[in-house]
Unconditional design. Sequence first.
Length: 215
Amino acid sequence: MSDWRMQTNIIRENTEDKNVMTQFLQGRGHILGSVLAASGAREVNSTDDPSKLSIRDWALVEPNINRSAGKNMVKKSAQTPLERLIAFTTTPAEPAEMLFKLARASGLSCAPYSGLDTCKIASRVSNGQTVYLETWEHTFTHGRGSGKFVCRPGDSGSLVFNKDKKVVGLFFGGSDTQDVGYFTSTRDLFDDIKRSIGVTKIRLLGDQGEGEYTP
């Protein structure tokens, strides 16, 4: 293929991509909705060990009328036989229980629940230097240094669930080697929402489980 033809193809493809993005922005497709409340990325005393810190990072969003909340559908695979998430649960994951995550960047991944462990994601700037804080987080991994990834940059905000189709937490980050995933348990998530905005009960659309949560 000549250089001229190659350049022409590149220009055409880029122009098509630009047109798609322009239409997306003009149609306000990039706007999900209105933020009703948010935690901001912050550290609080850990529920499991108040002497340690734990990350909270969530937002409650009211979707615009033209945006769908989704149908909680999960594609069946050899890793997971389920198709639809049915509920949130505040019951903690069991040691070594297999957990799943369906995320934008990494797709479907799974790893055993590995309990609470130290994490260095939160940071502060002190005297012009970035200092990382040690926090205490729920983890799932095949083992540090195993080479089996469980997350990718861009996965933050995805749900972590078990084989019983129940959501056990909200994923917020992972290790530099991408083989350890960190998440906030559903119990801690609901408790922080309750404390932050003063509600006493939480009800979730489409939830077939406990219905009302009083963390």
